[in-house]
Design a protein around this ligand. Structure first.
Ligand SMILES: NC(=O)c1ccc[n+]([C@@H]2O[C@H](COP(=O)([O-])OP(=O)(O)OC[C@H]3O[C@@H](n4cnc5c(N)ncnc54)[C@H](OP(=O)(O)O)[C@@H]3O)[C@@H](O)[C@H]2O)c1
Length: 398
């Protein structure tokens, strides 16, 4: 069996490290071709030393120079060190790359993911923000090239698996499961006082900081609704959410005859990554599921009052284009502000709602237009945030 050469965008992150652990477990199947990291110089250096990729990219020129110097000092040669978005594009499009794992967080991963598709590379997609901002363009490019976009997000991966049982016209709707995050049962009156530490404690998954906060607001599920519409060519009305605190059923597909197919597996992202990297094959793994843990599975209707981000996401999904770009951009800015202690937890949905109110209904035709709309939305979000802080400073003076 020929080795599959993998490019990992976001190699130093949670998904990136899980991908490297899959490569480690299946050395007869996979090799690392290239890596793109952000700012974690120590880990990027360790990964470069361990995996000897042809190219490594860092977020900035300074970090790239530092990495190159450290590699030289360690006597390691033959690794090209690049940086910035051109660097991530190079990592994704190297001729020897057979498969790209797209796992940079946020819209920073968009250009390289799109470039990978244009270069004819099959992509395993964890970077849901790329699909939310530019899914219409990404899926069109992949379809035109007859390339798979294989979801790594566990819910979409589950849907992908369940969809192998029928055809698109046979599907009535899909059900994305949501853990409900840490505040599923918190009294509404306490939402104003949620701290960063509380919001960073996810009940079932260990993930990066932004996605963990997005799970607490359920904006993450909102992004997934939009991602599902684009990946599977479904209208928002055919993408439902059910709250399933055990995170055991990863999602379901409901067929027109009344059958519901569910995918169940361990709560471990290595499984959807392995599925995407080996599709259309399935390979034996040690990621086995303990049937005893099936003793209690519960499902609840999501509470739209508690989680306004879900409503905002459905509204953005209906409008598409600039609205889904703005939803993601405003959230990214608001989550950063929340993590920095600048706004309260409820400031996140409030910021997103204000930004969406001022967003025009328009559909960008190029990635450059997507990025311009993204910048505009971030600018609006920052202005909204400064109004919030002035308002709260004013309130605290009285
Ligand atoms: N973690 C999960 O279980 C999970 C599940 C489903 C989907 N996802 C999705 O997968 C993506 C990654 O999530 P994660 O949890 O792995 O996030 P994470 O742990 O925060 O990792 C993010 C990765 O992106 C890199 N990065 C950030 N900004 C960059 C930039 N400007 N240029 C290049 N690289 C940059 C980071 O590099 P440095 O660390 O070096 O700065 C890191 O490697 C997200 O889109 C998330 O929604 C994650």
């Amino acid at each position: 069996m020929p080795l599959k050469h993998i490019a990992i965008l976001g190699s130093t992150g949670s998904i990136g490290q899980s991908t490297l652990s899959i490569v480690e477990s299946f050395p007869q199947r996979f090799a690392v071709a290239s890596l793109a990291a952000g700012r974690n110089l120590d880990l990027a250096f360790e990964q470069a030393r361990r995996w000897r990729p042809a190219v490594v990219s860092m977020a900035t020129e300074k970090l790239a120079a530092d990495l190159a110097a450290r590699l030289k000092a360690a006597g390691i040669s033959g690794i090209e060190v690049v940086h910035g978005s051109a660097g991530t594009v190079r990592v994704a499009t190297l001729p020897q790359v057979d498969f790209v794992v797209s796992a940079i967080v946020g819209v920073a991963g968009l250009e390289a993911t799109y470039a990978a598709v244009l270069a004819g590379k099959p992509v395993g997609l964890a970077n849901k923000e790329a699909m939310v901002a530019a899914g219409e363009l990404l899926t069109a490019a992949a379809r035109a090239k007859n390339l798979p976009l294989l979801p790594i997000d566990s819910e979409h991966n589950a849907v992908h698996q369940c969809m192998r049982a029928g055809s698109l016209p046979e599907i009535k709707q899909i059900w994305l499961t949501a853990s409900g995050g840490p505040f599923r049962t918190l009294p509404l009156a306490e939402f104003e006082h949620i701290t960063v530490a509380q919001a960073l404690k996810h009940p079932t998954w260990v993930m990066g900081r932004r996605i963990t906060i997005d799970s607490a607001t359920m904006l993450n599920k909102g992004l997934e609704i939009i991602e599902a519409c684009r990946l599977f060519d479904l209208p928002p009305s055919a993408v439902k959410v059910t709250v399933h605190p055990q995170s055991t059923v990863h999602s379901l597909v409901e067929y027109i005859d009344g059958s519901l197919l569910a995918q169940i597996s361990v709560t471990d992202m290595r499984l959807p990554i392995l599925y995407a990297m080996t599709w259309p094959e399935r390979v034996a793994s040690d990621l086995t599921f303990d049937m005893a843990s099936l003793s209690q599975l519960t499902f609840e209707t999501p509470d739209f009052e508690r989680f306004p981000c879900l409503r905002l996401a459905y509204e953005a999904a209906e409008k598409g284009g600039a609205h889904t770009i703005a939803l993601n951009a405003a959230d990214e800015i608001a989550v950063e502000a929340f993590l920095a202690g600048q706004i309260p937890f409820l400031g996140i949905p409030r910021t997103i709602e204000r930004v969406l109110e001022t967003t025009p209904v328009t559909h960008p035709a190029t990635i450059q237009e997507v990025l311009a709309l993204d910048r505009q939305s971030r600018q609006t979000a920052s202005e909204v945030l400064s109004h919030f802080s002035h308002a709260s400073a004013g309130a605290s003076r009285h």
